[in-house]
Unconditional design. Sequence first.
Length: 401
Amino acid sequence: MNQAEQPNAQTLADAFLAFNRMSAALESSYRDLEQRAAALAEELAATRSERLALADRLETLLATLPGAVLHIDGDGRIREANAAARVWFGGELTGQVWQRVLSVRGARLRGNELALADGRRVSMARRDLAQGDGCILLLTDVTEQRQLEEALERQQRLSAIGEMAAGLAHQIRTPLSAALLYAGQLGHARLDAARQARFRNKLVERLRHLERLVNDMLAFARGGEVAQGGFALQDLVATLAARSEAALAAAGACLRCRLPDALAEFVLPGSVDMLGAALANLVENALQAGADAIEVTAGDDAGFLILEVADNGPGIAEADRERVFEPFYTTRSEGTGLGLAVVRNTVEAHGGRIRVRPAETGARFEIRLPRAAAEPLPTDSTTGMAPLAAHTAGRLSQGAR
């Protein structure tokens, strides 16, 4: 070999050596990649198996849930429904319009509950899905719970009726016995005219007591029934005046009503007759307690009307303040024990509440009522009161003493 060929051979040998090293490195890298690919394939297979197992478990759970689950899309169609939903609403539901399913199956929506045609009651919960993909409905059978609640309510009503009947019998017995006694005395032939008149008056008084007791009982029973509508505050004052005028005149007492102008712009929802009767009941209660001056004031508190009825009578003992609204609870021998219970029922039926407020003298009742906006009523700038309210207050004050 000459000197020119020797470097070329060396170069070629170096090239082969480098090639062999690179081949070995590539082979090692390939084996590593194969191992990694195999590991990834195993992980992917394991993950797929877990996901399939999870999907099977979820499908089993949805199929065995005691409640119905439905997926409603943005167009109101049912995309998916579990077995309970298919049983409750009959047959295949996928692709049907949800509202049409309810209509065809005779289901009626009552708030968050459905009343199904077979008598079942179903509570419905809704969760919206992201990106406008509709919602998920979860329906739970609450039929047994509602039946238990209705049975408990019936039992409570029966218990209340039993207590009321017992209290009513006790309240009726005393005036009825007195009425029978006076009626028996009137049959005596030797009874003079003066005593006959006295016994007749006593008999009529006992019968009127019985009448008041029965009227209070009927009003208490009807306490939750409120006619729909609305009335102006000055109409309530007029109703109170009309109902209280005779009692005020007989007792020689006065009633003053102080109403701000701004409150004439609002109306109260409900029945003016019922609320007027409730206020008149407070007035009569004050008169029976010995008051001769009663004042009604009105105020506004965050969308509620605040009425206060205060008198200058003996007041209510602190121990009795929590019980005065209980049916048949009374501290007077002649009281029916239903007057203030009727007032509370009426106020609560109008969405309000009543309580006894502390007072230095006399009794003070606070009534809180919701109100609704109405057209402003004309006011008298000279008196600062609505015209009817001012007239009523003046007339009652003049004829009181």
